[in-house]
Design a protein around this ligand. Structure first.
Ligand code: PLP
Length: 395
C-alpha cells in the first residue's frame, strides 16, 4: 500500500532548529521559526492568556463538542475584530464565518469551500509567499498562477508588476493576498496601493482570499486591517483566513477563523452550512481551548485592554529591533534601511544558501537558506555581532 510514498524531505525550519540545538557554541542565534520571542529570547505565554486560562478553569462546565462552526461568541467577536464593528457587510448579514484550527486550518477550509462551490477557480499567488501556500493550493488541486510581489535583490515591492499580472486575471479568479506583515518579506501595500488594487479587483470581478495572520503586529489592530476592510466595503465576495496564533500567542492551540463575504444573506446562510459540512468531514469540530480564551478576553473590556497593551509591546519590540538594526548597520557602513520600513516578524535578506550556511558555520547565526529572519529572535545586544557577520558574509 505505502511502497510508493516518497520519504519526507526535512522541513527547512525544523532543520534550522535542529542545527541550532546541536550547535555547542555559547553565543548562538536562532532566527528561524516564526514565533515571537521577548527580549530574553523566550516564547512566553501572554499574561492576559494566563488570566483568561484561570477564568476558564473556574468557569468551564463541560468538555462536550463545540458546534461544527465553533464557539458562537468567539465567531462574533472575531468577525468584529477583523472587519470592524461598523462593517456594512456585518450589518447586511452577508458574512459567513466558522472557527477553524488556526490560520492554516482556516486557509484549508477556504480552499475546500472554493472547490465545493464548484467553479474550480484559478488562484493567483504572489512571489515570494509563505512557503505553505503553494503546497496547500496544490493539495486542493487548484490551477496556480503567480504575480511578482517583491524583489529581494532590490528589496522593493513590485506593485506595477503585480497590477499588470492581475490585469490578466479573469472574472472569478481568486487572488491570494497577505493582509499585513507579509511573510517572508515584511513589505506591505500602502493605503493608495490597496485602493488601486481594490479598484482592479472590483473592476475585474476577482475574489480576494486574505491570509490574515498578523493583525496587530504591524501598526495596530485597526491600521493592519486597512486592506481587508477596504475590500470588504466594496466587494460582493471575498474570503479571510484569520489566525490568533501570533496576536494572542496561541500557536499550539490552533485558533483561527474563516470569514466569507457573500453577495447576500441567503448565500451567507448557505455558505455557513457548507462550512459546517466541510468541518464535519475534515475535523468534525474545531478545538475549543484557544477560542474560549479569545472569547473571554474579547468579551471583557479590562482583559481586552490588557491584551492590546501586550500586543503593542510585542509590536513595539519588533519595531525597536528593526530601527536599532538599521542604526547599527549604518555605524558599520552597511545600508539596510529597508529593514525599518518593513513590518512584522520577518525580513528576507538577499543571501544565497551558501551565505546562510556560512552565517551558521562561522558565526552561529541560524536561519533558513532563504535568508528569512525572525526579527524577534534578535536582542539589542546581538546587533553589533549580527551586522558584522552579515558584512563578513557579503550581504
Ligand atoms: N499564514 C502566514 C502568512 C503565516 O505566517 C502563518 C504562520 O506562520 C500562518 C498562515 C499559519 O498560522 P497558524 O499557525 O495559525 O496556522
Amino acid at each position: 500500500m505505502f511502497q510508493n510514498l516518497p520519504l519526507l524531505k526535512p522541513d527547512a525550519l525544523m532543520l534550522v532548529s535542529q542545527r541550532f540545538r546541536a550547535d555547542p557554541r555559547e553565543h548562538k542565534l536562532d532566527l528561524g521559526v516564526g514565533v515571537y520571542r521577548d527580549a530574553d529570547g523566550n516564547a512566553s505565554i501572554l499574561q492576559t492568556i494566563k488570566q483568561a486560562e484561570a477564568k476558564l478553569l473556574e468557569q468551564q462546565m463541560s468538555k462536550a463538542y463545540l458546534p461544527a462552526d465553533g464557539d458562537k461568541d468567539f465567531v462574533r467577536l472575531m468577525r468584529q475584530m477583523v472587519l470592524g464593528n461598523d462593517a456594512p457587510a456585518l450589518a447586511d448579514h452577508r458574512v459567513a464565518a466558522a472557527q477553524c484550527p488556526g490560520g492554516t486550518g482556516s486557509l484549508h477550509q477556504a480552499m475546500a469551500l472554493l472547490k465545493k462551490a464548484g467553479n474550480a477557480p484559478v488562484v493567483w499567488v504572489g512571489t515570494p509567499t509563505w512557503p505553505n501556500h503553494i503546497p496547500m493550493l496544490q493539495h486542493h488541486r487548484f490551477e496556480i498562477r503567480t504575480y511578482d510581489y517583491f524583489d529581494l535583490a532590490t528589496q522593493s515591492l513590485q506593485f506595477d508588476r503585480m497590477m499588470s499580472a492581475l490585469g490578466e486575471a479573469k472574472a472569478g479568479d481568486v487572488v491570494l493576498l497577505h493582509g499585513v506583515c507579509h511573510n517572508p518579506t515584511g513589505a506591505d501595500l500602502d493605503q493608495s496601493q490597496w485602493a488601486a488594487l481594490t479598484n482592479l479587483v472590483e473592476a475585474r470581478s476577482l475574489v480576494p482570499l486574505f491570509d490574515f495572520a498578523y493583525q496587530g503586529f504591524g501598526q495596530g489592530s485597526h491600521e493592519d486591517a486597512t486592506g481587508v476592510r477596504m475590500m470588504a466595503e466594496r466587494l460582493p465576495e471575498m474570503l479571510i483566513a484569520a489566525s490568533c496564533s501570533k496576536s494572542f500567542g496561541l500557536y499550539r492551540e490552533r485558533t483561527g477563523i474563516l470569514l466569507v463575504l457573500c453577495e447576500n444573506s441567503a448565500q451567507a446562510t448557505a455558505t455557513t452550512g457548507a462550512l459546517q459540512t466541510l468541518a464535519r468531514v475534515n475535523f468534525s469540530n474545531p478545538p475549543a481551548h484557544g477560542a474560549e480564551l479569545v472569547r473571554i478576553i474579547l468579551s471583557d473590556a479590562g482583559l481586552t485592554e490588557q491584551w492590546a497593551t501586550e500586543l503593542q509591546q510585542m509590536r513595539e519590540r519588533v519595531g525597536e529591533i528593526r530601527t536599532a538594526l538599521v542604526a547599527e548597520a549604518e555605524e558599520q557602513s552597511l545600508d539596510i534601511g529597508y529593514v525599518a520600513t518593513q513590518t512584522g516578524l520577518f525580513t528576507t535578506f538577499a543571501l544565497s544558501e551558501d551565505q546562510t550556511s556560512r552565517l551558521a558555520d562561522e558565526h552561529a547565526i541560524h536561519m533558513p537558506g532563504t535568508g528569512r529572519i525572525n526579527m524577534s529572535g534578535l536582542s539589542l545586544a546581538d546587533l553589533p555581532g549580527f551586522v558584522t557577520a552579515l558584512k563578513e558574509t557579503g550581504l
